[in-house]
Design a protein around this ligand. Sequence first.
Ligand SMILES: NC(=O)c1ccc[n+]([C@@H]2O[C@H](COP(=O)([O-])OP(=O)(O)OC[C@H]3O[C@@H](n4cnc5c(N)ncnc54)[C@H](O)[C@@H]3O)[C@@H](O)[C@H]2O)c1
Length: 263
Amino acid sequence: MKEFSEQRLSGRAALVTGSGSGIGRAISLRYAREGANIIVNDINLEGANETAKMIKELGRKAMVIKADVSKSAEVEAMVEKAYKDWGRIDILVNNAGISGIPYLIIEEPEPEWDRVMNTNLKGTWLCSKFVALRMLKQEKKFGPLRGKIINTASIAGKTAFSHIGAYSASKFGVIGLTQVFAKELAPDITVNAICPGFHVTGIYLNSEEVIRESMKQFKSPEILVGRIGKAEDVAPLATFLASNDSDYMTGQAINIDGGVEFH
Ligand SMILES: NC(=O)c1ccc[n+]([C@@H]2O[C@H](COP(=O)([O-])OP(=O)(O)OC[C@H]3O[C@@H](n4cnc5c(N)ncnc54)[C@H](O)[C@@H]3O)[C@@H](O)[C@H]2O)c1
């Protein structure tokens, strides 16, 4: 019987935004182990360089591009450079995101609302748009599709989280955008979203204690599997959505949260 030991992303070029830390880094390293080369994007150059070093230690290529995903000109230049140097992007992971400062929604200052929306929602739109414009024209190299887009939403995009209303609304938006792009890019590109739950990353100051306090503030249900998540818990789902195993799936938003959100 055949062993499932092949690298599922062999030879693919993946752009992972916000991959200088946390979930983006974990996805990048998992993709590299599965045979992909990675374009490491972040506004934090130090973190991005560290991720790139780890990818190279795994024997893959890494290209670092500093760009703010909320800025159209920077995103366009990033995509231009990626295509100029590597010729194609097979996988785009829209991962860059911020939680914003906690406020009750009626007290949310307008600049903070804009900052969260621009990073999480507009950033996802801009990166998807500029990559898709090129992806739609590239040859089908790895099966029936021209490429795959994976958006990082959140379980806060399925059921509201209290006190981070702008974040929650932005992630509902990311799920909506996932469906819009899935419809408009079919049948050439699949677009799916990942909805993580509570994972120890920079967003929670790398602290389980901050997560426990936040869960109370957000009025979140318990984690059924009985532990707080790691960044690495998200990477297998992101790998499945980037691989040919998910070719018959598009427009979906999948929870990976230890059993907090059921829908
Ligand atoms: N950690 C969790 O529990 C959790 C849960 C649900 C969803 N998410 C989502 O996962 C994604 C990754 O977050 P994380 O938890 O790994 O946090 P993180 O803070 O460790 O990583 C986010 C990365 O995005 C980068 N970034 C921020 N704004 C950017 C911009 N404008 N342009 C480019 N890069 C930018 C940051 O510098 C950072 O390296 C986010 O979209 C977040 O909303 C996280």
